[in-house]
Design a protein around this ligand. Structure first.
Ligand SMILES: [Zn+2]
Length: 83
């Protein structure tokens, strides 16, 4: 009974090239979309949204997402320290 199947693996599609990658091999990148109407009053509407994108490894390398992720991690760590 050594047949350990890893259940249903989540599959993501690379946001850049459309390649299908398993979740554990995809590089997750959270992008923050920020929208504001820039009105200096009560009518001002700000809207921010976190959107998760997944990239295959080659696109992640190409788009330097690894470095962005590193920066993201560093930022969150700083927030933990000083926030
Ligand atoms: Zn890709």
């Amino acid at each position: 009974m050594g047949n350990k199947r890893r259940g249903r693996e989540r599959i993501e599609r690379c946001s850049s090239c459309g390649r299908v990658v398993p979740r554990d091999k995809a590089v997750e990148y959270t992008r923050r979309t920020f929208f504001t109407t820039d009105l200096k009053g009560q009518d001002n509407v700000t809207y921010s949204d976190y959107r998760d994108s997944y990239y295959c490894i080659s696109c992640a390398k190409h788009q330097k997402i690894f470095e962005k992720k590193k920066a993201q991690l560093q930022r969150s760590r700083e927030r933990e320290l000083y926030g």
